[in-house]
Ligand binder design. Structure first.
Ligand code: NAD
Length: 491
């Protein structure tokens, strides 16, 4: 087990407060939430349980910063420098951010250190580059006379960012980056299970010189602070990542002032292995796709379809790959699979596994809680599943793979699409034409061919069907934080 860095211990010892209008402030109600270490169930910190009054204060500050503060009209290069500075400051505190993320979420320290923190830094630098590139167009006017017609991209206004617990810092940054680059002002509501890195990010944002009120951070329960933010009449847009159920509830909440919504929701993504696939690459990728981050990845390849003639070989390889994961506390550098984020999540995952058992499916490996401390579930592979079983239909968000042999390759697109979700799919074959044909038939936002998940701030990301509304990342991502205005001048 690694010893926490001095900086991390100091960071945990300092009180966690809300960031409103450029100042750290106590929650109005005085209430707090325990922060639980999922590796052992111990309490590592307390965070403010923000409520409606705190959201009101944050929205007032963000509105003032938007209407009369320097941020939206600041020259783009200056905004860009601040975003870059935030990235530099996170990088300078990278060990603290990685350790806080691992303590809070449970994920292996190797992952926080080599994925979560550097990817967050890289994303901020990517968004820093966008500040100077947001542009409108000139348009022809099809009327008699002489006109100059153009479109302007203006910041959408005050935005609420609601983020989940599986990649806490990365989710916060992937919304903050484009929102800041576009000139919006922000209220960030991180997931109550994992708010520590978001709160420390607030310190870095102040240190970088971002003006008061531009970024406000209110922690608290989703049903309280999150709902108050989503319903607030003076918030212009909500960008949400989380479950499909909560995403649907936000549609009602947004109704009052018709606020804009971007929804990044759940998935039940297929991995498809055709008979000619290179199994040396496909098997480890399929295993990582469902077992990394303990399966708590929205694009996890949770349904596997394999050509029947290769099915046994693939299963044998996957069982071996599952056995190689070393479960343990995230702070142990040897750990490759940490606990699930919470006891609630552990119960949810075990309930799915038990339902598969009850419905007659076969658990070919795993299927158990591990240890009686912390929230560990071992890598689990389930076969003999029918398409109607809960385990085949619902998002589990745990290390649980459902595998099905397929006789007729012409059925693959229909099988892949047999879900209410449409976030991603992965296809393995040496026949690139077959892969493209299948990719075009699958209704999902991201399709990978002969690779596991590939994501980045420049690759549009989002879902078809009930996996969401809109896209994050790239030009589409930043445009979702703007309004388009048409200006026509008679010459
Ligand atoms: P969740 O929907 O319960 O919570 C997500 C966020 O919403 C949290 O900040 C939570 O506090 C807040 N929230 C909860 N209830 C709310 C309400 N009534 N009003 C406003 N906000 C509310 O989801 P979760 O359990 O934290 O996260 C797991 C889910 O997120 C999975 O379903 C997963 O697929 C999804 N997810 C999707 C993506 C994506 O990009 N598509 C990425 C990560 C996670």
């Amino acid at each position: 087990m690694i010893d926490l860095k001095e900086q991390t211990r100091l960071s945990l010892a300092r009180p966690f407060q809300l960031l409103i209008d450029g100042r750290w402030t106590d929650v109005e109600s005085g209430e707090a939430l325990d922060v639980v270490n999922p590796a052992d169930g111990g309490i590592i910190a307390r965070i403010p349980a923000g409520g409606g009054a705190d959201i009101d204060r944050a929205v007032i500050a963000a509105r003032r910063a938007f209407e009369s503060g320097p941020w939206p009209s600041m020259i783009p290069g200056e905004r860009s420098r601040m975003l870059w500075r935030i990235a530099d400051l996170i990088e300078a505190r990278k060990e603290e951010f990685a350790e806080l993320e691992t303590l809070d979420n449970g994920k292996p320290i190797m992952m926080s250190t080599w994925v979560d923190v550097p990817a967050s830094v890289a994303a901020l630098r990517y968004w820093a580059g966008w500040c100077t590139k947001i542009a409108g167009e000139t348009r022809a006017v099809d009327l008699p006379g002489e006109f100059l017609a153009m479109t302007l991209r203006e910041p959408v206004g005050v935005v609420g960012l609601i983020t989940p617990w599986n990649f806490p810092l990365m989710s916060a940054v992937s919304k903050l980056g484009p929102a800041l680059a576009a000139g919006c002002t922000i209220i960030l509501k991180p997931a109550e299970q994992t708010s520590l890195t978001a709160l420390r990010l607030g310190e870095v944002i102040l240190e970088a010189g971002v003006p008061p009120g531009v970024v406000n951070i209110v922690t608290g329960l989703g049903a309280v602070a999150g709902a108050a933010l989503a319903e607030h009449g003076d918030v212009d847009k909500i960008s949400f990542t989380g479950s499909t159920a909560v995403g649907k509830s936000l549609i009602g909440a947004a109704r009052g002032n018709l606020k804009r919504l971007t929804l990044e929701l759940g998935g039940k993504s297929p991995t498809i292995i055709l008979p000619d696939a290179d199994l040396k690459r496909a098997i480890p990728a399929a295993a990582n796709s469902i077992f990394l981050n303990s399966g708590q990845i929205c694009v996890a390849g949770s349904r596997l379809y394999v050509a029947r003639e290769r099915f046994d070989e693939v299963m044998e390889g996957l069982v071996k790959a599952a056995a190689k994961f070393r479960l343990g506390p995230g702070l142990d550098p040897a750990t490759t699979m940490g606990p699930l984020v919470s006891d609630t999540q552990r119960r949810r995952v075990m309930d799915h596994i038990d339902s598969a058992r009850g419905e007659g499916a076969s658990i070919i490996t795993g299927g158990n809680r591990v240890g009686d401390q912390g929230y560990f579930v071992d890598p689990t592979i389930i076969c003999n599943v029918t398409p109607q079983m809960r385990v085949a239909r619902e998002e589990i968000f745990g290390p649980v793979l459902v595998a099905t042999p397929v006789d007729d390759p012409d059925e693959l697109a229909a099988l892949a699409n047999d879900t209410e979700y449409g976030l991603s799919a992965s296809i393995w074959t040496r026949d690139i034409s077959a892969a493209y044909r299948l990719a075009r038939k699958i209704r999902a936002g991201t399709i990978t061919i002969n690779t596991g998940s590939v994501a980045g701030p420049n690759l549009p990301f989002g879902g078809f069907k009930q996996s969401g509304w809109g896209r994050e990342n790239g030009a589409d991502g930043i445009e979702s934080f703007t309004e388009l205005k048409t200006v026509v001048t008679a010459l």
